[in-house]
Design a protein around this ligand. Structure first.
Ligand code: UDP
Ligand code: MG
Length: 304
């Protein structure tokens, strides 16, 4: 059995095309499938349209969340419901072609891989977004120590062992592409061109992408802390020499009433400390979030 998991948030314009294309692909692979759609608290007609489609196709399952919990939480909800031997997940905005699932399935079936990641050969989004995303992938790839994470997003398919591994990771702040690389297994890649969203706007605003990027970096690396320590050590060395100079100046009597140097060191040290406190704060916030142990999402209703 195959499960396809798709999160949707205010995608009423795309629902029909999405359902048709996904059902077509799934039907071509075989009869035994489930199409799990998570309605992530949409405020438009997404849920109604989905329920409509479900009338004619019982293999569509809809999980309606109690409010908008975000992309990664919504996919997690879908994965927890998936019963397939092979599970695919993808965004519902048709930027990733559902047709690729056939190829992913064939590769998985051949048994040489446990996970097939869709790897974006090209992106058609605006220059600014592409630039930011590629900067993020570069930084993340370097600081996380995860292999082959560059240009890989949610679009992927894997077997049941991988699904169980992913679900056993109980952290609340989840960056699934990172987790999927972290768990290991035999990872395969399929390259494809990422389309531009056809007529609708991205549901992730710049600040959502930034938050996702920061979550990814803070939950997979201690590089920010290392930067603090590194700069701290440099600061200590610099001020050691500065201190020696000040003492010598005092002893030999050429110390000036140094207003500028005092002010500068206060500014410098003050701002560095603030940055470090902020970085520590980011980690503490995440520890706090994890210890609160709140569920990642709440289900309002399941249409099965
Ligand atoms: N999405 C979601 N909850 C959200 C935001 C987005 O379920 O809070 C869904 C959205 O409907 C789409 C997918 O997640 O199917 C990816 O979102 P989007 O295309 O807006 O993100 P981007 O491609 O810009 O990163
Ligand atoms: Mg998108």
């Amino acid at each position: 059995m195959i499960s396809l998991v798709i999160p949707l948030y205010n995608e009423e314009k795309l629902v029909d095309e999405l359902m048709s294309r996904c059902l077509k692909v799934l039907n071509e692979i075989g009869d035994d499938f489930e199409l799990i759609i998570i309605d992530d608290g949409s405020k438009d007609q997404t849920l109604e349209k989905l329920i409509d489609r479900k009338e004619n196709e019982k293999r569509i399952k809809i999980i309606s969340l109690s409010r908008n919990f975000g992309h990664q939480a919504a996919i997690t909800a879908g994965l927890e419901f998936a019963r397939g031997d092979f599970v695919a997940m993808m965004d519902g905005d048709l930027q990733d072609p559902p047709e690729l699932i056939t190829e992913m399935y064939i590769l998985l079936k051949s048994g040489s891989f446990d996970i097939i990641n869709g790897k974006r050969k090209s992106r058609k989004e605006g220059l600014q977004k592409r630039l930011l995303i590629s900067i993020f992938h570069k930084i993340f790839g370097n600081v996380s120590g995860l292999k082959e994470i560059e240009n890989v997003g949610n679009f992927s398919m894997f077997n049941r062992s991988v699904l169980l591994a992913l679900l056993s990771l109980k952290e609340k702040i989840r960056y699934l592409p990172g987790l999927r690389s972290f768990i290991g297994f035999k990872q395969g890649f399929i390259e494809y061109d990422r389309k531009v969203r056809t007529d609708t706007k991205s549901k992730m605003h710049f600040k959502d992408l930034l938050a996702l990027g920061l979550d990814a970096i803070f939950s997979f690396s201690k590089t920010p802390l290392k930067i603090c320590i590194f700069l701290g050590i440099i600061g200590v060395i610099v001020f050691l020499f500065a201190g020696i100079y000040v003492l010598i100046a005092k002893i030999f009597g050429f110390a000036l009433l140094g207003w500028s140097s005092t002010m500068l060191s206060i500014y410098f040290l003050g701002s560095i400390q603030l940055i470090f406190l902020g970085i520590l704060g980011e980690y503490i916030f995440r520890i706090y979030k994890e210890t609160q142990n709140r569920p990642i999402y709440f289900v309002k209703e399941i249409y099965d």
